[in-house]
Design a protein around this ligand. Structure first.
Ligand code: PMP
Length: 388
C-alpha cells in the first residue's frame, strides 16, 4: 500500500511520459482561422475542427455579442428551470430543419449529448453494439447506460450481423452506435447497411455526426444526406466543429426528443447552453443553409490536398478518408511527435495523435474551407522536408 493516498499520481505520470503518451496544451493567441499565432509563431492551421471557417466569422461574433447584451452571459439554470430562452428553441428548430428530422434538442456539448441520449434509451435489459473506433463519448455513454456492450471490429458488417443473429433475442432493446465520420481516421460508417441491419433485427441506430455535419452531403446536412437516406435513426452532433460555436444536439423523431427532455440526465441536470453559444450556433446553421459555396470550397480543398499528396508524396499514403480529416501513419509515438515538431518548425500546425487515443500513431490533418491553395502547398513542401 502507498504511504500517502495521492502518492501514485506522480509515478503514473512518469509512466505516461516514458511511453511518449504525455499530453500538454499549446496556446493559440489569435482568432480562429487558416493561419493562427501558436505560442508566438505564425502557423498554417491544420489542427482545427472549424471546417467551414465560421468560428472567426463576424456574423457569429456579432450574434454572440447581441445575445449576451440581451440575455447576459450565463443562462442561470437548467432548461427546465430558469435556463430556457427562445433562442434555444429557435436553434433546435433550425437544426431539425438542417438535419431533416422532426425535432432536435440542444445539449451543453456533443459529449454530453451522446452520454445523455444513450443512457436514456437503453438500460440493464438491453444491449449495445459499438464500433471499436467509436469516439470516447459513445463508449462512455454505453458504459453509463448499464446495457451489455459488445464491440464489433471497425466497420465489419459480417461480424456485426453474426452478433445480431446470436444475441438479439437475448435482450429487450438493441442499440447500434457508431461515429458517422470516424474522428481519428476520417472514413465513413457504412450507413445504408447499418440501416438495413437495424430494420432486419429491430434495433435502434445512433450515429455521431460530429465531423459530418456541415461537411458531408450536398448541402452539408451530414451522413444521411450523403447516402440519401431518410430514416428514423438518431443523429447526435456538436455545435463546436463546422458550426463554430460550443454545444451539442440530438436530432430525431418528436417522441424521441420529448422522451429525452424527460429522461436525459445530462440535459435535465445541467445548466442550459449560454445565450452567446446558442446565438452563434444559430447564425452558423443559417449561414450553412444560405452559403453553399463554403461547403463547396471545403471539398475543393480536401481534393486538392489529396491530389498533391498522391502526386508529390507517393511514399506517404493517407489513410482512406471521405471527409476533411486526413491522416498519415508513423511508426510510433516518438516518430509522430518528431514529425509534429518538424512541421511546426516549418510553420505547419498538425497534431500527432497517439495511443491510447488510436491504435497506431499518426499526424492528423484537418482541412478547412478557408485554407488557400498556398496553405496546402506549404504543408506539402514542409512534409517533403521531414527527416525520418
Ligand atoms: N463525437 C466525436 C466523434 C468527436 O470527435 C467529438 C469531439 N472531439 C465529440 C463527439 C464531442 O463533441 P463536443 O466537443 O461538442 O463535446
Amino acid at each position: 500500500m502507498e504511504k500517502e493516498p495521492y502518492d501514485w499520481i506522480q509515478p503514473s505520470l512518469d509512466t505516461i511520459r516514458r511511453a511518449d503518451w504525455y499530453r500538454s496544451v499549446q496556446a493559440i493567441q489569435s482568432k480562429s482561422g487558416a493561419v493562427v499565432q501558436l505560442e508566438g509563431k505564425e502557423v498554417v492551421n491544420f489542427a482545427s475542427n472549424d471546417y467551414l471557417g465560421l468560428a472567426g466569422d463576424d456574423r457569429l461574433i456579432q450574434a454572440a455579442i447581441s445575445a449576451t447584451q440581451e440575455y447576459g452571459t450565463g443562462s442561470t439554470g437548467s432548461r427546465l428551470l430558469s435556463g430556457h430562452r427562445e433562442i434555444h428553441r429557435e436553434l433546435e428548430c433550425a437544426i431539425a430543419s438542417l438535419k431533416q428530422t422532426e425535432d432536435a434538442l440542444v445539449f451543453s456539448s456533443g459529449y454530453l449529448a451522446n452520454l445523455g441520449a444513450i443512457a436514456a434509451i437503453v438500460g440493464k435489459r438491453d444491449f449495445i453494439l459499438s464500433d471499436t473506433y467509436n469516439h470516447s463519448c459513445l463508449k462512455n455513454g454505453a458504459i453509463l447506460s448499464g446495457a451489455t456492450i459488445i464491440d464489433y471490429p471497425h466497420c465489419n458488417l459480417e461480424i456485426l450481423q453474426t452478433l445480431l443473429s446470436q444475441q438479439r433475442h437475448n435482450f429487450r432493446r438493441c442499440l447500434m452506435i457508431t461515429d458517422s465520420v470516424f474522428s481519428m481516421d476520417g472514413d465513413l460508417c457504412p450507413l445504408p447497411e447499418l440501416v438495413d441491419l437495424a430494420e432486419q433485427f429491430n434495433c435502434m441506430l445512433l450515429i455521431d455526426e460530429a465531423h459530418a455535419t456541415g461537411v458531408l452531403g450536398a448541402t452539408g446536412a451530414g451522413c444521411a444526406e450523403h447516402f440519401k437516406i431518410k430514416n428514423k435513426f438518431i443523429q447526435v452532433g456538436t455545435l463546436s466543429k463546422a458550426l463554430g460555436s460550443l454545444g451539442g444536439f440530438v436530432a430525431g423523431t418528436k417522441p424521441l426528443i420529448d422522451f429525452l427532455r424527460n429522461r436525459a440526465a445530462t440535459w435535465i441536470y445541467t445548466t442550459a447552453l449560454s445565450p452567446a453559444d446558442t446565438a452563434a450556433a444559430l447564425a452558423a446553421v443559417n449561414i450553412i443553409r444560405h452559403e453553399p459555396q463554403r461547403h463547396q470550397q471545403l471539398w475543393r480543398n480536401i481534393n486538392y490536398l489529396k491530389q498533391l499528396f498522391a502526386q508529390q508524396l507517393p511514399n506517404l499514403e493517407l489513410l482512406p478518408s471521405e471527409s476533411s480529416i486526413l491522416c498519415f501513419q508513423l511508426q510510433d509515438s516518438k516518430a509522430a511527435l518528431q514529425v509534429c515538431t518538424q512541421l511546426k518548425d516549418a510553420g505547419i500546425f498538425a497534431p500527432a495523435v497517439r495511443p491510447p487515443t488510436v491504435p497506431t500513431s499518426r499526424i492528423r490533418l484537418s482541412v478547412i474551407a478557408t485554407h488557400q491553395p498556398t496553405h496546402i502547398e506549404r504543408l506539402i513542401a514542409a512534409t517533403k522536408q521531414i527527416k525520418a
